[in-house]
Design a protein around this ligand. Sequence first.
Ligand code: DON
Length: 588
Amino acid sequence: MDRAPHPQTPETRLPGRSGALHVLVLALCLSVPVTPAFGQAILEGERFHPVSAQQGMVATSHTLATEVALKVLEEGGNATDAAVTAGFALAVTQPRSGNIGGGGFMLISKGDGSAPEAIDYREKAPSGATETMYQDEAGNVVRNRSRFTHLAAGVPGTVAGFALALDRHGTLSLEQALEPAIKLARDGFIVPQRFTEGLEQARERLQRWPATLKTFYRDDGSAWEAGERFRQPELADTLQRIADKGVKGFYEGETAQLIVEEMQRHGGLITHQDLAEYQPVVRTPVHGNYRGYDIYSMSPPSSGGTHIVQILNILEGFPIAELGHNSADTIHYMAEAMKLAYADRSQYLGDTDYVNVPLQGLTSKPYAEELRKSIKADEARPADEISPGQPPGYESPETTHFSVVDKWGNAVSNTYTINFSYGSGITVQGAGFLLNNEMDDFSAKPGVPNAYGLTGGEANKVEPGKRMLSSMSPTIVRKDDRNFLVTGSPGGSRIITTTLQVLMNVIDHDMNIQTAVNAPRIHHQWLPDEIRTEQGISRDTVRLLESRGHKVVTHSAMGAIQSIMVGEDGTLYGGADPRRSTSSAMGY
Ligand code: DON
């Protein structure tokens, strides 16, 4: 087995590469560049090396979750079994984002070439939610109300979503998939430095809530230190009730009662009926094609797939490979395309169970061509000169990331969240898990930005039972009907552009998956009108962009993308994101 808790370690590899090696030796002799038909099976000479394996691969943001999921694969489980097992384990080992109190999206693409499917287990607004619930009497948005109060929580979807995924595509029972998570919660696990740091940083916000203080901190209020064992007995009991009673063990009975009591004590809205009626939805993923690769990504209520495909469609008309990775020209075109897409997002995107979204128009090649014409080669268009475009007609309503590939070629791409780190910060008393603050992803008021600076309008206003708009973009790329790339990321509004860049790094710039994951990223979301970059974009590139009228700002790292690529010979390459110290890709 090939294990690499620190995926950027250069020498971590590698069985199953002899074919690639021969091609490389030949190429070196002939002194010509080597470009495999698809997939980067050739690794020598690359700065960063992916983990490689032949049968199964898991990439998650926490080593313990990767390990338990890999064990499922080794014991004959499939990608869905492993993904759900990882999802429950992350709910224990990574409480800042892993969850049972939140929601997300899972994309499943079988190895038999059948149409990929998406499971939408996004949270829903409680039935008592209203359009103006986050505004005061004068109509001003009361910001904290949608972020740090019991009104911030949507009805959680994770447990129902995972159960549906297992039902449709798994071979394990819910009880089997929960077993490692229950063990990790009951027996505890050794906390990494990142765990301690996260809880220290969020201490003030989290310790306002006695149940959070009791669940996640030591008796004296300090955070568990790296190397110490951290146990969650209440969470273990909550997970055990799901194992014993299935979905009803969460949405009804004792856990539901604890959630509702928590709401009633603090003016929250979630009722027994909201919980009992929660249903995940099977949706058709958004589908696009970029330079011969089939892109499948998340459909509404996420905006992710729509805008990844839209941006790729626009960029397809520019010679990106020739212009070069992170050159001023490439970044300019990317930023201009991103602006146009995020402007459309603000206008058109919302839950398709409630509003019409012109999905086909937004993802069509002719619309992209029209938008492309508005992009100038040497001048940035100011954001205030851009308004949402006019995609062709409305059609009838349709509808911490981890990636897994199994030995049958099945792939699962899953992104789920409680929104902020530790969500609302509110732990359900007696149940040991944190509640999301996903309601902040609705437009509290048209034109007023959410925590990620994203604005929205009517299409994303709060309505009872509606799902709030998301940017989560679990994505699977196929080539010739075979799963080729499985990827996705956290990062709020940056999820779309992070995922986009890994696709481009592989398809346009021919990078292996670890290099594609590690490469410095840029982001533009229309408003604020600035290109945000990670460290690693040169000063002269920045100057060239500034000379075209761009404002460029360097910020902290963006996203934590966990990816798997399938080489042409079937070799699996895992690329975990070094931006999270606990990320890991492992295969067998
Ligand atoms: O659904 C969304 O788009 C956001 N709630 C995701 C939040 C997120 O990625 C936070 N992580 N960095």
